[in-house]
Each structure stands twice: as C-alpha cells, then as structure tokens.
Write a protein that binds this ligand. Structure first.
Ligand code: 13P
Length: 341
C-alpha cells in the first residue's frame, strides 16, 4: 500500500523536527564553496553532503526531512551506501528540489516566474522510484515600492499550484515555497511592506491551490518570515517579527495545512533561531511552525569544515548545534544562554 501524503507531511514536521535544505544547485554550491576556498567538484560536494547526512545526533533528533538536489538524490556515500538510505536510516524523509529556477518575466521588469512544469510528471515518477517522498518548488517574489505586480504574483501562484497537484498525484508531498525576498537589491523595504506583500502572495497561492484541488493536509508551506529588508534602517526584534508573521499566517493559511517550515532567506543563524522561537512561544497555533533552513543550518558547519577531512568532526559539531537550537526553537524552548552552554 502506498503511503499517504498526509502521513508523510506530518512525519516531516512533527515534535520540533525541521527540514535540512541541502538542495543548493551546483551553481549555488560554487558560491558557498568559494567563500571557504574549496573547489566545486563532484567529489567535494559528495564529501560535504556525506558529512551532514552522517551527523547522527542532528539527523536522528532534529531533522525530519532533507531536501536534495538531483545530483545528490542519486549519489552514494564513500562506502557505497546511497545517500537516500543514509537519510532514511536516520528517520528522515528524503526530498528533491524539482523546479528549474526563477526566470525573468519578459514584460514585467524586475520580476521572475519559476519554470520546470514541462515534463515534471515524468521526473516525479523517476524521483519517487529513487526514494524521494517530498519535493520543493521555490517561487521568488521581488519586493520594492512597485513590485510585485498582480501579474507576477499570479503567475508564480499558478505554477506553484500546478506543481503541487502533480506532486500529490505522484504520492509526493509538495513543499510550496513562495519566497518574498529580504536581501535582493535594493532590500530597503520596511516590515510593513513585507507584511502587505506576503499577505497578498499567500492569499493568491492558497486560492490557486484550492482551485487546483490540492489537498492541504498533504502539503507543507515554506514561507519567508515577515521581516524588513536587510538594508532597511529599521530592523526589528524577534517579538515584532513574530507578531507580523503570525498575523499574516493566521489570516492567509488554512488550519488544514500539515505544517509551516520557514526559509532563512539571508538571516544570520542566530536571528533565524530567535525569530522561530519567538513565534512558538506560548501561542496556540493551528499548524506546527518549524524550520527548513539552508544557510541558517549550514553556515557554521561549512566554515568549520573548510574542505579538510580533518575538520569533519568540528563541522558535524557545528551542524549538531544549529539543528538542536532550531529544534528547541520549533518548540518554543530555545534560550540565548543555551548557545554557549
Ligand atoms: P535558506 O534557508 O538559505 O534561505 O534556503 C532555504 C531554501 O531552501 C531556499 O529555497
């Protein structure tokens, strides 16, 4: 009997578990590796991902799902164990990024729409066969005084819903990720502007999901937090970020959605943890609120590793720390003192 998408979705986000976004495309890995002076070879990508997936404490206790890039889904550890098996043995669900990237919209300057729907049904069947039980599609929403336009929002919401429906048909849980950017140029917008844009985006996305009959119980939403742009002069403490984010989510996200797992979007590791914790502190929420971080789970681990086999232990300790802190934050139990304990 095939598994139900509802059960897979629940397993990914329950009990303070979150998602490790390790699905950086080969181009994005280059940027990350450049920052630590490591060559972007297949061997180095494999060694780095193996280090993460073999971090037993983090993987067993804090990570419910791992998003992979296509290359990694079919890759093996040094001893020949498929990565998918390593992830499953740690009790986490393997997933796959299936979009083909955000492409500029021809007549809407400064806006993008994410592509990758053509042939997606066939790719999903192949990914399912390889062990993937959830997928990710990221829409990138520009934000300034005039963007996004209604046309830009609608195009992305429509594509997200078409992707989500294809995933559920294939027995795969869709992570629906409409990302309102915090660090794109010029990133000077206020938290109020982010509130307004995120609200419009999420309402449009859930309207499209409804029209295309997507089962909300079998999906995970991966939104941005409502934050000021990274270059805005007025930055906000976690309580303010939590207030704005929860107010938008309560109005726009139906209670039936299996879970909400935030992206970190350029926040520092500590900011991403403190903000998540503030959202989970003593509020009665209809959905689990957890993390699906890339940079905010990996930044310390990546720099501790630096490409040297002798640093694997230090990198794994750094990853364990971030995973544990974020898992506590997903339960509202994180405190800044624990960072140095
Ligand atoms: P960040 O947490 O680094 O934003 O990455 C999450 C992600 O998967 C973006 O698509």
């Amino acid at each position: 009997m095939s598994e139900r998408v509802e059960d897979i979705a629940e397993a990914m986000v329950q009990n303070g578990q979150g998602i490790l976004a390790a699905d950086e495309s080969t181009g994005t890995v280059k940027k990350r590796f450049d920052s630590i002076g490591v060559d972007n070879t297949e061997e180095n990508r494999q060694a780095y991902r193996e280090l993460l997936f073999r971090t037993a404490d983090a993987m067993n206790n804090s990570i419910g799902g791992v998003i992979l890039f296509e290359e990694t889904l079919f890759q093996k550890a040094a001893d020949g164990t498929p990565f998918v098996d390593l992830i499953r043995k740690a009790g986490a669900v393997p997933g796959i990024k299936v979009d083909m990237g955000a492409k500029s919209m021809p007549l809407l300057a400064g806006e993008t729409v994410t592509e990758g729907l053509d042939g997606l049904r066939e790719r999903l069947a192949k990914y399912y066969e390889a062990g993937a039980r959830f997928a990710k599609w990221r829409a990138v929403i520009a934000i300034d005084d005039v963007r996004p336009t209604v046309g830009g929002i609608k195009a992305n919401a429509h594509a997200l819903a078409r992707y989500a429906a294809l995933c559920q048909e294939a027995g795969i849980v869709p992570i629906v990720e409409p990302e309102v950017q915090m660090d794109a140029d010029p990133a000077t917008h206020t938290i109020e502007r982010c509130h307004e844009v995120t609200d419009a985006v999420l309402h449009t996305v859930f309207n499209e999901l409804h029209q295309q009959n997507v089962k909300l119980e079998g999906m995970v939403l991966k939104p941005n937090m409502v934050v000021p742009g990274s270059k805005c002069v007025t930055q906000c403490p976690p309580e303010v970020v939590a207030h704005h984010t929860l107010s938008v989510l309560r109005r726009a996200v139906p209670a039936a959605v299996a879970g909400i797992a935030f992206l970190s979007g350029g926040q520092s590791e500590l900011e991403a943890t403190a903000n998540l914790n503030a959202m989970n502190s003593g509020k009665n929420l209809p959905w689990p609120l957890t993390f699906s971080y890339g940079r905010a789970l990996q930044a310390s681990a990546l720099s501790a590793w630096g490409g040297a086999a002798g640093n694997v232990g230090a990198a794994q300790a750094a990853f364990t720390q971030r995973a544990k802190m974020n898992s506590l934050a997903a339960k509202g139990e994180w405190k800044e003192e624990l960072e140095t304990a």
